[in-house]
Design a protein around this ligand. Structure first.
Ligand SMILES: Cc1ncc(COP(=O)(O)O)c(C=O)c1O
Length: 436
């Protein structure tokens, strides 16, 4: 069966033919059907080869089909992949990760990033006895009712989003928006005002310490330090969502690079080596609000399933090897020096912000965006054309509806892979130069 035939059949039995709405790739007009992945490469249903420059939304830092993960899967079979039990492997992984993340006295594991933010928000509320959430525009924290509000509204909702937070999906009751206070990134006065007005009702301030979900809007050092100070003074939990940023640049979380330690954080994506594993962690006094120690419930049949826990142990063992991050840093240097040279040579109106092995492509400006509104210059239609042209030349970047979201590479990518990507990117970007 080829991809088109499969899509027709899949649509009969799954809404839109997919299990994750954004898997319908707008650049291709259908999902990208993959028949196999190995190392830095993917193959479609017709056996065509692509270089994977997405790496599973950031979960694929080890690349496709890594031998260490294969071994973990075999070990799970030996153990009989017992489920709904604690094992020695859970304790081992918890210890390694808590030792590597500054805010993490204690940790619990789950599957998806959305699940991690959902559970941790509950603990923040249980700990503070307050309900409101201050969040930063442009940052993303999952698709659930508690937080899929006011983060990435369309330009037409501006600046109304700050008065009436935009509900990002039908089906989320209006009442949830009453608990969300969106603030612009890097605006100290706006954060001060939000805390003055809502601080006594606010449980947490949540942000991506390194943003990947909208053009890499970077919270500036001064802003992060102010966020730390004002939350501490007002009994608000400072929550870093590091689902994406953890382990991308070094062993541990981005907070180690930023010198600002939150009270709690979520981590995810790469830590499962391609299997579904996320985690939430933080100061003992907050984590100990979970039952059986405290009043906050968090339980589930599949919580911390043994298979991803074993894969997580394999991931941390790989990532702890002395050659792991130097290799990723060498790829990062090669890719970004190459991209920046292409931008300069052809005077392209774009920028590619990055942190570790992940980057964003933002069209329409040459300097980093510091607030969400500054990304409205990005032309999604042109982006879709660029992604399609790269795809036709054998390079797969994931499409987020043409938005300036994230892509990345893995430890199994080679310098030759990056050189090939740069060659394709140059020809495609130059062809669309006048549309940016
Ligand atoms: C910062 C951040 N938080 C939460 C999530 C949600 O994670 P998941 O897709 O695993 O539910 C993502 C996913 O991209 C993310 O980047």
């Amino acid at each position: 069966m080829n991809g088109n035939e499969l899509y027709l059949k899949a649509k009969e039995v799954m809404p839109g033919g997919v299990n994750s709405s954004t898997r319908v790739n707008k650049a291709l007009g259908m999902p990208f059907y993959v028949s196999k992945g190995k190392g830095s490469k993917l193959w479609d249903m017709e056996g065509r080869e692509y270089l994977d420059m997405s790496c599973a939304h950031g979960a694929g830092l080890l690349g496709n089909g890594h031998p260490a993960i294969d071994e973990a899967l075999h070990k799970a079979i030996e153990i009989g992949y017992v489920n709904s039990f604690e094992t020695e492997y859970h304790e081992r992984l918890a210890r390694i990760i808590t030792e590597s993340i500054p805010c993490a006295d204690k940790i619990r594991f789950c599957s998806a990033g959305s699940e991690a933010t959902m559970h941790l928000i509950r603990a923040c509320r249980g700990f503070t006895g307050k309900n409101k959430i201050i969040r930063v525009e442009g940052h993303f924290h999952g698709y659930h009712e508690l937080i899929f509000i006011g983060g990435q509204p369309p330009a037409s909702e501006f600046p109304r989003n700050r008065e009436r937070p935009y509900i990002e999906s039908a089906g989320i009751p209006e009442e949830f928006a009453n608990l969300i206070i969106p603030v612009p990134c890097n605006d100290i006065a706006a954060l001060q005002e939000a805390v003055d007005k809502h601080g006594s009702d606010t449980a947490l301030l949540i942000l991506e310490p390194v943003n990947f979900n909208t053009a890499g809007i970077r919270a500036q050092q001064e802003y992060l330090e102010f966020a730390r100070k004002i939350t501490k003074e007002n009994g608000i939990v400072l929550f870093f969502d590091e689902i994406q940023s953890a382990f991308k640049k070094s062993f541990g979380a981005a907070q180690s690079h930023l010198g600002v330690t939150p009270d709690v954080c979520t981590i995810g994506k790469s830590i499962g080596g391609g299997l579904p594993l996320s985690a939430f962690c933080g100061k003992a006094e907050i984590m100990d609000t979970y039952q059986p120690l405290g009043p906050v419930q968090h339980s589930g049949t599949f919580n911390a399933h043994l298979i991803p826990i074993l894969a997580g142990l394999a991931f941390v063992q790989e990532a702890a090897k002395p050659e792991f991050y130097p290799k990723l840093r060498a790829l990062e240097k090669q890719f970004h020096e190459g991209v920046d040279a292409i931008i300069e040579k052809h005077d392209l109106n774009m920028i590619v912000p990055h942190f570790g092995a992940r980057y964003n492509i933002l069209l329409g400006r040459k300097t980093p965006a510091l607030r969400y509104e500054e990304t409205f210059c990005h032309n999604k239609d042109v982006m879709l054309k660029i992604l399609k042209a790269c795809f036709d030349k054998g390079i797969y970047f994931h499409d987020y509806g043409g938005g300036p979201s994230h892509n990345g590479y893995s430890i199994q990518h080679t310098s030759e892979d990056i050189a090939k990507v740069l060659g394709v990117l140059e020809s495609v970007l130059v062809a669309h130069r006048n549309e940016m």
